[in-house]
Every structure is written in C-alpha cells, then in structure tokens.
Design a protein around this ligand. Structure first.
Ligand code: DX5
Ligand code: ZN
Length: 235
C-alpha cells in the first residue's frame, strides 16, 4: 500500500538522529484563543501540536472535538497530534483523520479491539498511536508492535494538565524502549504529563522521543526557550 503524505511526514520523525520532538499541549492554552496558542507554538518552532480530546466519560472533563482539529488544520500545516481520551475510540478515529489529524492515539484501556482500531487509523491515512495510563503495565502492549507508529506512556493519570509526573512511569518508558529494541520495532515513544525542564532529561535518557508539554510551555514567560531546552534535554 502506498504511504499517504501524512504518514510519510510522520516517518520523518522516526530516524532517531535529531533531538526529541516537543509537542505543546493546547489543553494548557487559553481555549478562547486557540489561534493565538497555535501561533505561539509555531513561533517557538514546536514541531507538533498536541490536542487532548476528552469525552467526560473516560476522563471527567470534556475538551476539544473534531471541529477544533479541522479549524486548526485550516490555519496550519504543523503536525497535529490527537490524543483521544474517549470510550469507544473506534467510533471517532475516522472523523479526526478527516479533520486533519496526522497522528491519532487511542487508549489501550478503552480501545477494545485495539489491533483493529489501529489498523483503521492507518487505513484512514494517519499514523496510529496507542496510549497507556500509569496503572497499565507495558507488557500488555507487546502484541501491538506491528500496528503502532507511536506508544504514548502517560506520566500522569489522564484528564488534567498541571499534575506532577509519577516517577514510576519513567521505568515504563525504559521498559517500552527495551521491548522496542528487542522486537526491532520502529515506533516513537511519547510521554505526556508533568513534562518540564526538570523531568525531561530522565525521560529522554529512558527513551522518550516526543515530549508533550502543556503547563511547562503555555505557562512559561519564554515558551521558545522551553522548546529549545526540552529539545536538548538529556544530551
Ligand atoms: C492530560 C493530558 C496532557 C496535558 C498535559 O490528560 O493528556 O496532554 O495537557 O499537561 P501538563 O504538561 O501540564 O502536565
Ligand atoms: Zn495528552
């Protein structure tokens, strides 16, 4: 099957030669002015934008929908990384790809037939990610290595920005990185929750390729400096 242009863009991030990708999370931005939040991230030279989709069921808040992703896509060519924190993600993945998502990540805890849902994301033309919450062991991911382009290791319990990273989750990043080596697989490892200048070096050294930063980015006086520092973390 020919690779879609969006998927090819994703693969450019898998060479492993450059520093980590930094993905500002819009959840921490002013939701009344997402256009400005997007511009801030672009000016800071962030390569990805992380969009948290919360359904009020899997996690308490309700946040952005596919219309938000479509509106952002009309304004930017930047890589749109959609993190679906929803039950029944299989019902939603196609609309987010249609809206312009480059990557759609679903939770193992709600995916049911994760294998099929990941295949559906790829078939729709985006890269496919699988996320695990802190209480889900890395070992459960092992059957999915061929189907995933990215593994998102949540470093806080999902639902809210501004939480402290749970130190034990750093070990899970190491475990996933070790399993990736052993399997000779080529997915990226993303971390999300409590990522900042203090926690990024360990995460990077443990094998994280994509650092999501909400509060650390949008709460900073100089967000561009945050992107620079996180990109150099762990060197
Ligand atoms: C939490 C979300 C995160 C959140 C991270 O459920 O998935 O993307 O925005 O926020 P910080 O970086 O503030 O921990
Ligand atoms: Zn997220």
């Amino acid at each position: 099957m020919a690779e879609s242009p969006r998927f090819s863009r994703f693969l450019r991030h898998t060479s492993g030669t450059a520093g980590p990708v930094v993905a500002p999370s819009l959840l921490a931005a002013d939701s009344g002015n997402l256009a400005a939040a997007l511009e801030l991230a672009e000016r800071a030279r962030a390569e990805w934008i992380h969009i948290d989709v919360m359904d009020g069921v899997f996690v308490p808040p309700i946040s952005f929908g596919a219309n938000t992703v479509a509106a952002l896509r009309r304004r930017t060519g930047v890589f749109l990384d959609v993190h679906l924190m929803t039950v029944h993600p299989e019902r939603h993945v196609a609309q987010f790809v249609d809206a312009g998502a480059d990557l759609v990540t679903v939770h193992l805890e709600t995916a049911g037939h994760a294998h099929r849902t990941l295949q559906a994301i790829r078939a729709a033309g985006a890269a496919a990610g699988i996320a695990v919450v802190p209480s889900t062991p890395a070992a459960l991911l092992g059957e999915l290595w061929d189907e995933v382009d990215l593994v998102l290791v949540m470093t806080v319990n999902p639902g809210f920005g501004g939480q402290r990273l749970i130190p034990r989750c750093v070990r899970k990043v190491e475990q996933v990185a070790g399993a990736r080596r052993q399997a000779g697989a080529r997915f990226l490892i993303q971390v999300d929750g409590g990522v900042n200048r203090d926690t990024a070096p360990d995460l990077r050294r443990s094998g994280a390729d994509v650092l999501v930063a909400g509060t650390a980015f949008y709460g900073a006086a100089d967000p561009a400096a945050v992107v620079r520092d996180l990109s150099a973390a762990g060197r």
